[in-house]
Design a protein around this ligand. Structure first.
Ligand code: HEC
Length: 172
C-alpha cells in the first residue's frame, strides 16, 4: 500500500529528471552547417575556399564574366565565383539561396590588382534576422578584415532583401 502511494510521485520525479537532463544536453542552439560545408569561422571558411574547395575552380556568377565593372565600396573590377548550391539557385533565380551556398568576390583596383576578397556564406539559423548570411572580408593573403554578422555589410546589402541580400542579380 505504502509502496504504491510512492510510485506516482517517484514516476513524476523520474519524468522531471529526464526532462531536466534533456534540457541540459540540448545546450546552446546549434548552427545548421550544411553537410560538407565549413564550420562558421572566418579561418575555416578561408581554408575551405582556398584549399578544400578552391573557389577559383567554381563557376562564375551567372551572367557575369571575369573583371566586370564594380561599384563603391567594392572594387572597380570584380570577379565573382559561386559554389554549386549558389549557382543553381541563382541560375534558376530562386531565393533565398540554400543552406551551404557560398559567393566569393574578388575585388580589383582599376589596374587589375587584387585588393580584397569578400564572401557571403549561408548557414541555416546563423542570423535569421539577416537571412542567415555569414559575411567575411579578407586580404588577398587571407588575413581576416571583417567576419560574422557584419553590420556594415548588412546595412547596405539589405537594400536587396527582396533578392536575399544579393546585389548582383540576374535581372531581378
Ligand atoms: C555601400 C554598400 C555595400 C557595402 C557596405 C557592402 N557591399 Fe557587398 N555589394 C554591394 C554592391 C553594390 C554589390 C554588387 C557589385 C557591385 O556593383 O559592386 C555587392 C556585391 C557583393 C558580393 C557579391 C554577391 C552580391 O551580393 O551581389 C559579395 C560577396 C559582397 N558584396 C560581400 C560584402 C561584404 C562581405 C561586405 C562587408 C565587409 C559588403 N559586401 C559590404 C554593396 C555593398
Amino acid at each position: 500500500m505504502r509502496i504504491r502511494s510512492l510510485a506516482v510521485p517517484a514516476l513524476l520525479m523520474g519524468i522531471f529528471f529526464l526532462f531536466a537532463i534533456s534540457c541540459v544536453k540540448e545546450g546552446p542552439r546549434e548552427v545548421g552547417v550544411a553537410p560538407g560545408a565549413p564550420a562558421v569561422d572566418a579561418q575555416t571558411l578561408w581554408s575551405h575556399i582556398t584549399q578544400s574547395s578552391p573557389y577559383t575552380s567554381w563557376r562564375l556568377f551567372p551572367g557575369k564574366g571575369k573583371l566586370y565593372k564594380g561599384t563603391v565600396p567594392h572594387g572597380a573590377l570584380l570577379t565573382t565565383y559561386v559554389n554549386k548550391g549558389a549557382r543553381k539557385a541563382l541560375a534558376d533565380k530562386t531565393v533565398p539561396l540554400p543552406n551551404g551556398a557560398i559567393i566569393v568576390k574578388e575585388n580589383y583596383s582599376p589596374k587589375k590588382e587584387l585588393k580584397a576578397i569578400t564572401v557571403m556564406y549561408k548557414v541555416a539559423g546563423y542570423n535569421p534576422k539577416g537571412n542567415d548570411w555569414y559575411w567575411a572580408k579578407y586580404t588577398p593573403g587571407g588575413k581576416v578584415l571583417a567576419s560574422g554578422s557584419v553590420p556594415m555589410c548588412i546595412t547596405c546589402h539589405k537594400g536587396r532583401k527582396v533578392f536575399d541580400y544579393i546585389m548582383t542579380s540576374p535581372g531581378i
